[in-house]
Design a binder for this molecule. Structure first.
Ligand code: BTN
Length: 251
């Protein structure tokens, strides 16, 4: 079914799909227009980063993938951070309209956090074959879940717009807002995007450990979007990819 949403070249809506990113990849291969969007009511094989699953019951989340133009490059080495910033700004508008202080934080590299819990995630992918495809930006926003709706293993760390008091969020409007923000970010300099991320840095000053065991204090992002970790020896390590976990107090 084709839906009309402001800012989209076309929106292909499916009640159910394995993964909107997979379908967007097919559209990319078929030469679909920039800003084409795939939207699903539910995904049967929704994907998160690093092989993780992204689960949301029917209608519980906004599950969309956007075909970004080749030239859309507010942060070329770390597009998921730039997309995350766009979504964070939009969610702020729903959660704290008019507030000058950011509410939604970005947890490097792709989690959107409020009050220490994840409300949305971003999965940017591009596939190389005979040619390098355009970036597919997959966005999942938890909308209507209550605590019990989340799988046991993520329950403590997950939240939804409803749980955060946003009331009923219209998916079409939220998607239109995200597209508008993504489009307008194209006019921002890399410095502005970096500053926007620094202002929402969930990890700033926290003790973290990376997958490869490097441990230290998260100390902001470098201009390419890598996470800086200052180790106990005073060495600054730049994490280009992967993920980190917060080190609990006393560990
Ligand atoms: C993460 O937090 O690890 C990223 C989650 C990204 C989930 C979205 S939902 C829409 C799109 N389709 C997918 O299969 N994944 C992304």
């Amino acid at each position: 079914m084709i839906r009309r949403v402001a800012g989209a070249a076309q929106v292909e809506y499916h009640d159910s799909l394995p993964s909107t990113n997979n379908r967007a990849r097919e559209l990319e291969n078929e030469g679909a227009h920039d800003w084409s969007v795939v939207w699903a009511g539910v995904q049967t094989a929704g994907r998160g980063r690093r092989g993780r699953r992204w689960q949301a019951g029917t209608g519980e989340g906004l599950l969309v993938s956007v075909l970004l133009p080749e030239a859309w490059a507010p942060m070329p080495q770390a597009p998921s951070l730039a997309v995350g910033l766009a979504v964070a700004r939009v969610l702020d508008g729903w959660l704290a309209p008019g507030s000058a202080e950011p509410v939604v934080e970005v947890k490097w590299p792709n989690d959107l956090m409020v009050e220490g819990k994840k409300v949305a995630g971003v999965l940017c992918e591009r596939w190389s074959g005979e040619r390098l495809g355009r970036i597919v930006a997959g966005v999942g926003v938890n909308l209507t879940q209550s605590e019990d709706d989340f799988p046991q293993e993520i329950r403590d760390g997950a939240t939804s717009m409803r749980m955060l008091g946003a009331g009923s969020v219209d998916g079409s409007q939220l998607l239109a807002d995200i597209l508008e923000e993504l489009r307008s970010m194209d006019g921002e300099t890399a410095e502005e995007v970096l500053a926007g991320l620094q202002a929402r840095d969930h990890l700033e000053g926290a003790r973290v450990v990376g997958e490869d065991g490097v441990q230290g204090v998260a100390s902001g992002l470098d201009p390419s979007g890598s996470l800086r970790i200052r180790t106990a020896e005073g060495v600054v390590v730049h994490l280009v990819a992967g993920s980190v976990r917060l080190v609990p107090q006393g560990e």
